[in-house]
Design a protein around this ligand. Structure first.
Ligand SMILES: N[C@@H](CCC(=O)N[C@@H](CS)C(=O)NCC(=O)O)C(=O)O
Length: 253
């Protein structure tokens, strides 16, 4: 029997765990997910207790997602993806390409995940959104005006570049985990900033990005997953919808 892949992550929103789920869903690889357990909110905190010092070979874990495979348990989304993708056919098993893919995954997670989170939490992670609404509006206007075009433009260049190879994919002419990461990031931004993304799509400047998004979404296993109850709804995770933050670039002039 093969060693099980175990995702340890919160339930309640796709958020960071989703990048890992999509890899397993796309490849039809069995995995367990604490988000599907009744007692998820009791299990996850056990791994990030403030007084836990780890053991002889394992430092404490800072934050979920965590990932277990046999005796190995690791954290950090891009680190987990880098570990698992070559094992399940979503990255080359040998050579240096994995470092290029990791750079792309980190870029997507920095720009289209972490930055988006900070649009609704620009002042402090531990404050409620309601305590930082004015700053969130200001930040969102700026993000949509200057950062969103920068990130979409970057990905358009990546997909137009020679290294992307044939087809809609980001690197090397084959679907890799980075395509799934970018899909999930774009999906989240579409949810959080529908007006700005509609304008971006209509501008025609980022056609390759939207084409990749559509190509991932239409893949049979991904489509099946998105329609299933395993796909959680966006709620209070990284990607949130607040009407007052649903701005377009012109709103900031
Ligand atoms: N860069 C890390 C970020 C992990 C992270 O921020 N996890 C969230 C949950 S999605 C958390 O618990 N953060 C606690 C904190 O930052 O204090 C990753 O991608 O795994």
């Amino acid at each position: 029997m093969s060693t099980p892949y175990e995702l340890i992550y919160w339930k309640g929103a796709p958020a960071r765990g989703e990048h890992i789920r999509l890899c397993f869903e796309e490849t039809g690889t069995p995995y367990s997910d604490t988000a599907r357990l009744e007692n998820c909110n009791e299990i996850v905190p056990q791994y990030i207790k403030a007084d836990y010092l780890g053991d002889k070979s394992t430092p404490p874990y800072y934050a979920p997602p965590l990932f277990k495979h046999g005796d190995l348990m690791i954290s950090q989304t891009s680190n987990i993806l880098m570990y698992v993708a070559p094992k399940i056919g979503l990255a080359p098993k040998t050579g240096d390409d994995i470092y290029k893919l990791n750079a792309l995954a980190l870029t997507a997670l920095d720009g289209l995940s972490n930055e988006v989170h900070d649009c609704h939490h620009p002042i402090a992670h531990d404050l409620y959104y309601e305590d930082q609404v004015e700053e969130s509006i200001r930040r969102s206007k700026d993000w949509v005006k200057s950062r969103l075009p920068k990130h979409l433009g970057f990905w358009q260049r990546v997909i137009q570049g020679e290294s992307s190879g044939e087809g809609p994919w980001v690197y090397g002419g084959n679907l890799t985990y980075v395509d799934l990461v970018l899909f999930q990031c774009i999906d989240g931004v579409l949810y959080a900033f529908p007006r700005a993304m509609k304008a971006a799509k209509e501008s025609g400047k980022y056609n390759r990005v939207f084409e990749l998004y559509g190509a991932v979404k239409a893949r049979p296993r991904i489509a099946g997953y998105l329609a299933s109850e395993r796909r959680q709804e966006y709620t209070i995770g990284i990607y949130r919808y607040y009407k007052e933050l649903d701005v377009v670039a012109e709103d900031s002039s």
